[in-house]
Design a protein around this ligand. Sequence first.
Ligand code: 4VN
Length: 322
Amino acid sequence: MGFAKMTQVAHYAPSRIVTNDDLSQILDTSDEWIRSRTGIGQRHISEHEDTSDLATKVAESLLSKSGLSPLELDFIIIATITPDHNMPSAAAKVQGNLGAQNAFAFDVTAACSGFVFALATAEKFMASGAYQKGIVIGAEVMSKVLDWSDRSTAVLFGDGAGGVLLEQSDRQHFLVESLNTDGSQWQNLQSGRKNLSSPFQEIVKKEPSFLTMDGRAVFDFTIRTVSKSIRQMLDHYPEEVDYLLLHQANIRILDKMAKKISVDRDKFLANMDRYGNTSGASIPILLSENVEKGLIRLDGTQTILLSAFGGGLTWGNLIVKI
Ligand code: 4VN
């Protein structure tokens, strides 16, 4: 038996910044429209790095901050919907890049909820007592799966990666967990469709592989279903939470959510103005930036709520004494 603790956090994004004005050169859109509807001002877009490269940078940073050898890692889990390949996993490539020969490695596919699902999974490995150290990373190169001629989706997303090092602790840090899926709504947000293509398929029906979203449906689901799940979780937790770190999809989600669940708007952290929506990477990037800033401390004195939601549809919340 054991308890997982996040002992280090790190993030990394490609250096190329694409502003809303840059996008308005290639799409019929404007800084005013994007900013007022989404809260996004710019995003990082990869020019030559793939998902495993971003994740490797984060993993190397976690190891150097902790002073650990890669050989001390027991597992590497990567949440991504934009892996370099379907096989091998991005995690396997990161394991190879690090030379983390004692670590098992696999990816988790739960879209924007991926990091929270992966962290909850990793926490169970740690709780079993069978493993001592592991890393969980959310990493995405969303720019690979976007339709760059569609102004309704291309302006929303960005590339980046963030992650945490988990080590054993003598105290419980992961306090409350709720993970959920509604697969009946899968069509509202999808990407990476692989069409049947064998010589035995007679009717060739090609569906797009780039990302498509029914924005209204996903927005309404988030306001209705995710708000309810966060409110329920807070009602069952006796103490105040210091900060809420929600998936960075749209600033209006945070504004509406704060009102709806009667939580002080100032407790909702945000960085989508600088990164856009980085899917599974959004929460760990936000966490890492705020630890760097000193607003969140990894000293076991603060309580945070992580809430992720997106494709699947999936949603998941964790309350962590960080
Ligand atoms: C959760 C949400 C979104 C999302 C949905 C809609 C949306 C983000 C539609 C209306 C448009 C502005 C943008 Cl709520 C995406 C994910 C996936 O990560 C998760 N933006 N918008 C407008 O105002 O016309």
